[in-house]
Ligand binder design. Structure first.
Ligand SMILES: Cc1cc2nc3c(=O)[nH]c(=O)nc-3n(C[C@H](O)[C@H](O)[C@H](O)COP(=O)(O)OP(=O)(O)OC[C@H]3O[C@@H](n4cnc5c(N)ncnc54)[C@H](O)[C@@H]3O)c2cc1C
Length: 803
């Protein structure tokens, strides 16, 4: 084994092998993979090898498309067969909701170029004759589905990497990792040590242990997973290989395996494996079968596919594989650890392994993953993902693998975990809570306790009229919103202003003022949007998306100078309340000594004030489009401030409102938000944030790319549409069609109660931005006329919030 390498990849499963191959492809030849036993010795060897392109996140779906196309390439380079069988697949729907879900999945696939097709039950039975038609209502056909040989794929990656210059060492375990002061690593192994510039944790079932070597508790957990193979079936003799099939309501997947069928299930009562530690001596072992546990699914399977029941069970496989709480991989550099990368939690290695390897390798070599990998970024999780939290969420996710997730459905596992001091007070107002980063926050308020429950639906649901009433209160009088679920940072020091000016695209505000600003990467793409509040010359309060806190910190810390600036995350030290609406000023004026008139405290002002007895930072900003104020207080004061505002608000018509109303109101104002309108695939001018990019500043990260974008380098434009629809609104990811052709996608949608219109925000090619007709948006399988707007549907000049 060599004693030095540019990168050491720990783990020779399908993921580690893919990372190794992609590193060589990206130009790093001096790379080494260390495998504890033989290649595929973790979860890879007993996988069913199924692959598909459909994924809830379009960006992950793109990487799955890439993975499937890659097999030809690695077969050609390595000469090793991947055993690719593209059989095509059908997804069976047993209910109307599932059919709606399939229609939406098909629509999402439209702008990704997927050829998904909705078919009748008869057509499905022609393609997959083993099914009993009476249990189904319809189906979707995907020509690009099939399976591979897990051994073949892993070895094809490995050989291709070796041909590209990589070295692979087997029967060697990494036992420890020691960081050197310069950020390089000593990789301690059972066969000697290696000095590496970079290390990659691709340790699959042992990813937690390799994380713990550096003090990291990764949110991954392995679940036992069982599939069985039937005896040979006369129905399959002399026929073309059967398609892949998913029976959603039966929670079963099927494919042909030689003369029989392979049937797997994600049972409701899933069982985690090795909840706290993975034994190092677990090799190419299988776990004991537990057919009783999957008996309910088997019963349904044999009812829905009767000939399987007659074929008998030839073999049962029970093996563990890992999941992150949301089921998506964990990839990227880890905040606070230089040159330590992860590629783990990959639950669909044969659909996602290629995309994971490509993104990680590009990130390591070029400093950027080259694609929008937010849905897979390890930085999407923070401190709340403890071992037990992960356990609860992974079990829930596993049990719901084939369940529909409705847009207004809040999952229940691991809740309530984090609450703010006014949680009980809001609950007493019949708040319906959502979970955001493990934190409870109010979504809407029901009139009675009995009604405080979401009826899940793809269409307008029971909360619709109540959200409408909340918006009306904000429009006509005043609304009170809890805004604790934001990320907050305190930035201090003599170099703070200069540093912020370099890291953010907009100008740094004067003391007592607020600036809204995008943050760009070197390629000039959006990697954040913030509110910068200047408390004093050397003291700033920064507000951004909470879910991206670790993601932001990773970037901030990478760009911090050695001295002169400190960045302190303080998300839960400060919680917040906001009042919005025409009466909000008069209300707040009864509680503060300062003059709140526009002349004295104009839009985008920020000041430390006493609100009653409560010391608060008060900012005049608005995400609703109405006159409004945000108050940030340390957590101990929140109850007092809430009581004060509620009492003072009585004579001003103050009503609580929640996140759903806020979302609808920000869309009425065409205001974007992180992870929907603002993502690293868009530039600020495309996203309509050009006015917040100060190109007069000499220097800031992404400036030259932003200049190019401004000079015509933009390709897309964020548009607002009014949709001609009656009972279902756009949610996000629906295709936008122009003259019948899919040209773009929706990023957010909601019913705008104040303008009484169904609205959507979405990107289209900039050439089409001027077109005033011919647009349609597809919602649950139906195309609706979409009328592009030239400005925000509500108060486009922004008079209300500035008055
Ligand atoms: C029953 C079953 C069916 C499945 N079916 C499918 C399917 O149909 N389609 C699909 O896409 N996926 C399927 N999967 C999931 C698939 O197996 C995983 O997505 C994939 O194997 C993950 O690969 P990995 O490389 O991340 O992890 P692993 O395969 O666990 O690889 C990790 C490797 O790292 C090595 N290692 C760990 N620690 C060290 C160390 N300290 N030093 C050196 N080496 C180390 C291990 O020995 C191991 O070889 C299935 C899994 C199971 C169990």
């Amino acid at each position: 084994m060599k004693s030095h390498a540019r990168a050491v990849v720990i783990g020779g499963g399908v993921v580690g092998a893919s990372v190794l191959y992609h590193l060589t492809k990206a130009g790093w030849k001096d790379v080494l993979l260390i495998e504890r036993a033989e290649l595929t010795s973790g979860s890879t060897w007993h996988a069913a090898g199924g692959m598909h392109t459909v994924n809830g996140d379009p960006n992950v779906a793109k990487l799955q498309q890439y993975t499937i196309k890659l097999y030809q390439e690695i077969e050609r380079i390595s000469g090793q067969s991947c055993g690719v069988h593209i059989t095509g697949g059908i997804m069976l729907a047993g209910t109307r909701e599932r059919l709606d879900w399939l229609k939406m999945a098909k629509a999402r696939g439209r702008y990704l170029g997927m050829e998904l097709e909705l078919i009748s039950v008869d057509e499905a039975a022609r393609l997959f004759p083993l099914m009993d038609k009476k249990h189904f209502a319809g189906a979707m056909y995907d020509p690009i589905e099939g399976h591979v040989d897990p051994y073949g794929v892993t070895h094809a990656y490995a050989k291709s990497a070796q041909i590209g210059g990589a070295e692979i060492v087997r029967q060697t375990r990494v036992t420890d990792l020691k960081a050197r002061p310069d950020g390089t690593w000593d990789v301690i192994t059972t066969s000697g040590n290696v000095h590496a510039e970079h290390v990659v944790n691709a340790a699959g079932l042992w990813a937690r242990e390799v994380g713990r070597m550096v003090g990291l508790e990764l949110p991954v957990l392995a679940m036992e997973h069982q599939y069985l193979i039937t005896g040979d079936m006369p129905e399959l003799v002399g026929r073309q290989e059967q398609m892949h099939c998913i029976d959603f309501e039966g929670e079963i997947y099927l494919r042909q395996e030689r003369g029989g069928m392979l049937m797997g299930t994600y049972e409701r009562a899933g069982v985690p494996w090795s909840e706290t530690e993975t034994p190092w001596d677990f090799g190419q072992d299988l776990l004991p079968n537990d057919l009783e546990r999957i008996a309910p699914s088997l019963e349904i399977g044999f009812e829905h596919f009767p000939s399987l029941g007659e074929a008998g069970i030839k073999k049962v496989v029970n093996g563990p594989f890992t999941f992150a709480p949301d089921g998506n991989p964990l990839i990227g550099p880890v905040r606070g650890l230089k040159n330590y990368w992860v590629a783990c939690g990959v639950m669909a290695g044969f659909s996602q392994g290629g995309g994971v390897g490509l993104s990680l390798a590009q990130w390591m070599v070029d400093g950027d993953p080259g694609a929008d990998v937010w849905a897979m970024d390890v930085a999407r999780y923070g401190d709340w993902t403890t071992l037990k939290y992960t356990n609860a969420k992974v079990r829930e996710n596993y049990s719901r693998r084939f369940s529909i997730r409705f847009p207004n459905e809040e999952l229940t596992a691991a809740r309530p975990l984090r609450t703010t001091p006014i949680y009980e007070k809001l609950a007493a107002q019949h708040a319906v809570f959502g979970d955001y980063c493990g934190l409870e926050h109010p979504l809407w308020f029901a009139p009675t306790a009995a009604e405080a429950l979401d009826h899940v639906s793809f269409r307008r649901s029971n909360s619709h009229p109540h959200v409408g009433a909340e918006c009306a209160a904000v429009q006509q009088a005043a609304g009170l919103l809890e805004i604790s679920n934001y990320g907050k940072f305190e930035i201090r020091g003599p170099g703070a202003a200069e540093w912020l000016s370099r890291i953010m695209a907009n100008r740094v505000p004067a003391v007592g003022r607020i600036a809204l600003t995008p943050m760009l990467n070197e390629r000039g793409k959006l990697i954040g949007d913030f509110t910068i509040c200047r408390v004093a010359a050397e003291h700033f309060f920064l507000i951004g998306t909470y879910a991206a806190e670790v993601y932001y910190l990773r970037w901030f810390e990478r760009h911090l100078p050695p001295s002169g600036v400190t960045v302190r995350p303080c998300a839960m030290e400060y919680v917040g309340l906001s009042v919005a609406g025409p009466n909000s000023r008069a209300l707040l004026q009864t509680l503060v000594r300062e003059d709140l008139s526009t002349a004295a405290f104009p839009f985008l002002s920020f000041r430390r004030m006493d609100v009653g007895m409560v010391p608060a930072y008060v900012g005049r900003v608005s995400f609703t489009g109405e006159l409004g104020y945000e108050m940030w207080i340390t957590t101990d004061y929140q109850r007092a401030l809430y009581d004060l505002l509620v009492a003072a608000g009585r004579e001003f018509g103050l009503q609580c409102f929640g996140g759903r109303a806020l979302n609808a109101m920000r869309i009425e104002k065409s205001f974007g938000t992180w992870a929907r309108e603002y993502r690293p695939i868009y530039g600020p001018f495309e996203a309509g944030l050009g006015r917040f990019v100060d190109l007069k500043k000499d220097d800031f990260i992404g400036r030259s790319a932003a200049l190019e974008e401004q000079a015509g380098g933009d390709k897309l434009k964020l548009m607002t549409f009014v949709i001609d629809t009656t009972d279902a609104d756009a949610l996000g990811d629906e295709p936008i069609l122009h003259e019948g052709r899919a040209v773009g996608w929706v990023t957010s949608g909601a019913y705008g109660h104040r303008v009484r219109q169904s609205l959507a925000l979405g990107y289209v090619p900039k050439e089409l931005a001027g077109a005033d007709a011919g647009f349609e948006i597809e919602i649950i399988g139906e195309r609706h006329r979409a009328i592009p707007q030239t400005g925000a549907p509500l108060d486009p000049a922004g008079r209300l919030m500035r008055q």
